[in-house]
Design a protein around this ligand. Structure first.
Ligand SMILES: O=C(O)CCC(=O)C(=O)O
Ligand SMILES: [Fe+2]
Length: 319
């Protein structure tokens, strides 16, 4: 497989907790994912346009989203209106993009392990005017662990936000602060003591970097890294993004999604197109694992009749 990133990207992620890799995904992959977004979030553009008109009516010609770049942003439920967990009723392109082989390889080298598990993957569409997407700086550890980030990033996790549309400053790029600039653990102390510390927010702003980039760009970051969503201001603008988070297998300190909780979703879309390596990211035992017996193979095949289990079965016949 050709490399879509360099070892420097991984080193930067280890050292600074965040790195942007422009155009990680290829044109064809992007086109397929965009087509799927249009399916799972139908009429969203239309809706957003209507919403924008309504709001313009309410506050004259001024959009609320243009209020100010200086005020402290806020995380609100509105920002997550078009935010959903995999799997989706669309093609396998979007369903499998969070476990693209190149992402798995990146996560393995970042976390310094061969065995990684996916514990979060969502599709997230944002439209200009749908919400004020400006957030305050925060770290994501709050909903990825019950305690605090480890000092060893390999015991934390690697989170990706991937853009499938072109993201300029007017399309709500994620802004982030390198660990060395946020004075990492001091920053975390300030954040835990007083989440809405304006002077801390101002300080972080002076170091903020942008993950803006063309479609296919990804931001890799850690759960201890200060970052924030920013507003979309481009007229009629939208941002299609996918989140994908990996942890080292067996790291029970980290979690977010229990995949079987989403059992009513169309998992066959994933099983019918994923490699054993990709399925292993969801916790499916690899071919050759002692979990697989004649009985479990037969039952799993009944659950997913169109799943190609030949690799799993071939191990049994070898024994
Ligand atoms: O959407 C983004 O760019 C970042 C959002 C974010 O950091 C969050 O909601 O935790
Ligand atoms: Fe966040």
């Amino acid at each position: 497989m050709e490399k879509r990133y360099t070892s420097e990207h991984v080193e930067t992620w280890r050292r600074e907790g965040a790195v942007v890799v422009p155009e990680f995904f290829e044109k064809e992959e992007i086109a397929e994912v965009i087509a799927d977004f249009d399916i799972i979030f139908p009429d969203r553009k239309v809706e957003a346009e209507a919403l924008k008109k309504k709001r313009q009516g309410e506050v004259g010609n001024k959009l609320p989203l243009q209020l100010s770049g200086k005020k402290m942003g806020k995380t609100t439920m509105e920002q997550f209106r078009n935010f959903e967990n995999i799997p989706f009723d669309c093609s396998h392109a979007l369903n499998l993009i969070a476990v693209h082989p190149a992402l798995i390889v990146f996560a393995r080298s970042a976390l310094n392990t061969e065995d990684v598990k996916l514990y979060q993957a969502q599709a997230w569409a944002k439209f200009t005017g749908e919400a004020d997407f400006d957030q305050a700086f925060h770290c994501d550890f709050g909903n990825h662990t019950l305690t605090v980030p480890s000092e060893d990033e390999c015991f934390n996790s690697i989170a990706f936000i991937i853009y499938f549309t072109d993201v300029t400053e007017a399309h709500g790029p994620t802004h982030y602060v390198n660990r060395s600039d946020s004075k990492n653990f001091d920053g975390l102390k300030r954040f835990l003591k007083h989440r809405e510390d304006l002077s801390h927010q101002k300080e972080l702003r002076s170091f903020e970097r942008s993950a803006a980039g063309p479609a296919g760009t990804l931001l890799a970051y850690g759960i201890d890294v200060f970052h924030r969503g920013t507003n979309l201001t481009a007229p009629g603008g939208y941002r299609y993004a996918v989140t994908s988070c990996f942890k080292k297998a067996g790291n029970d300190a980290i979690g977010y999604t229990a995949w079987p909780w989403h059992f009513t979703k169309p998992w066959h879309k994933i099983f019918e197109h994923a490699s054993p390596d990709q399925l292993s990211c969801f916790g499916v035992p690899l071919p050759g694992d002692s979990f697989w017996t004649d009985e479990t193979l037969a039952l799993a095949q009944l659950r997913y009749p169109n799943w190609d289990m030949s690799e799993y079965k071939s191990f049994i016949s070898l024994n």
